[in-house]
Design a protein. Structure first.
Length: 220
């Protein structure tokens, strides 16, 4: 899908960043997310294969929060290593924005984060910030939850569920964006999240299934 077809529906500053990064087309999941209300502050649950473009949907929501709605965005990932990777990527891709990484000390409200636009963190750290009533939380416009299927994880799931619930209570106008490639019950989860469901099977490399036996592969 040509990016220019969506120019009227994408805030000008966000569109300019996409052009600067060299985007000329949108992948199916990205186009569907816009159609479902990505830039209209709708909650979205994006369930599409790996490498299908889910991350950019989360980035666009974060950019919209900062550049159009003049708020903050919080990007939650499951692991500290992944948080560091996302921070490095975002800093490289969006040098004009103030992007922070916080995933360590769980005994602080990290008041210094008030100076930043996009905050990348883990669910455990975000839970701590909520419990410490970080004053800058009232400025959060968008919450992006990467690997949201971990709600079913017995270790991380309860913490993730609590922080999503509390943030939605604390911030009635919060836009929540859930991203995952492996949700077994997407309709049910979208209903709980109050979200529009974005489903798509497109992937950049075709996936074929087969059986390997005696040095041969037979595809079904």
């Amino acid at each position: 899908m040509r990016l220019e077809r969506y120019k009227a529906r994408i805030p000008a500053k966000v569109y300019a960043l996409l052009e600067r990064r060299g985007f000329a087309t949108l992948r199916p999941a990205q186009a569907k997310a816009i159609d479902k209300g990505l830039f209209d502050d709708k909650n979205l649950l994006v369930c599409t294969p790996t490498a299908s473009g889910k991350t950019l949907v989360g980035e666009l929501a974060a950019l919209n929060a900062v550049l159009h709605d003049r708020g903050k965005a919080v990007y939650v990932v499951p692991l500290r290593a992944l948080a560091a990777e996302k921070h490095k990527q975002f800093t490289q891709d969006y040098p004009g924005l103030k992007i922070a990484l916080t995933s360590g000390d769980v005994d602080s409200d990290d008041s210094w984060l008030a100076r930043y636009d996009i905050i990348i963190t883990t669910s455990e750290k975000m839970d701590s910030l909520l419990r410490h009533r970080a004053p800058w939380l009232s400025s959060v416009k968008t919450l992006v939850i990467d690997e949201i299927h971990l709600l079913n994880d017995p270790g991380r799931g309860p913490t993730l569920e609590v922080l999503i619930t509390l943030l939605r209570q604390l911030l009635p106008k919060l836009q929540a964006i859930g991203l995952s490639a492996t949700i077994g019950n997407p309709e049910e989860l979208a209903d709980w999240l109050g979200a529009e469901l974005v489903l798509d099977a497109w992937r950049p490399v075709r996936l074929d299934k087969g059986v390997h036996l005696d040095g041969k592969i037979e595809f079904g």
